[in-house]
Design a protein around this ligand. Sequence first.
Ligand code: MEV
Length: 307
Amino acid sequence: TRIGVGHAHAKVILLGEHAVVYGAPAIGLPLPGLAVRATARHTEPGDSSTRIRFTTTGSEYALPANSGLAALVALFEEPGAGIAVRVLSDIPLGRGLGSSAACARATVGALDRLLDRPVVEPEVYSLVQTAERVAHGNPSGIDAATTGSPRPLMFSDGTSEALSVGMRGVFVVADSGNSGATRTAVDLVAERFRRNPILRTRFVQRIHALAHAARPVLTAGRADELGPILNENHSLLSELGLSTPKLDLLVRVAVDAGCVGAKLTGGGLGGCVLALAADPEHARRAAARLRTAGATTTWTVSAESFR
Ligand code: MEV
């Protein structure tokens, strides 16, 4: 039997989450160490049922029919032929690490190869977005794009540009251990902006400025120049009500441990913190302190690895 295999990885947002939903640019970083692998095959003749098995960090279950992944696989079904999909993911769920988009992207790759179709980028992106709309309501697309990119992306209005990275430094991602529902967070922001449109204009303008300041630092600057930009982004997200005492604590611990800056990353209301250390020694120290302070897991990725 023919088997199609597809891959994708986790992501974190360096800057611009939520604002990106309103047209501001955001920068996404790939986390290649947290991977998803999907396989797809046709079921036995006479068995036209479609099955999706999903395993993440050890627990396996069949997905509910209303999941984004189920909606995605349905697009590939042919009359009388069932498809069996297995998705194996290292990415913890609901932590703002792009789990849903990465699983969808790996699944699209597996199905495309099973059906012997060329895997072409704009089409893969829009299929991943189909699944993301079921999962999140109004996704900007930054997760759909970054989970398939080996390089950091400057993303805005559905368009992404790969950035070259000349800056040195080590990104530290710390899991608060609490899941934050992206959809709830996006709805919360929408409600605040509906009541106060000026807040929206100010937030989006500020993120525009921060993204354009961050870009040259990432391509040719020093980590300590990025620190204040990350800190300000955290304050802006916090003012929107997206932080939690635990996320604020982890941000403080990272900075006290010598990181140049830190922020919540992704939707907020739980999930992860992203910190930037100037060198591997500071990154190790910060990761250890973050775990002592209650982070359930930490991951590091060096800026050099994006070259
Ligand atoms: C989620 O990773 C980032 C958000 O900006 C939502 C989105 O862009 O769709 C919170």
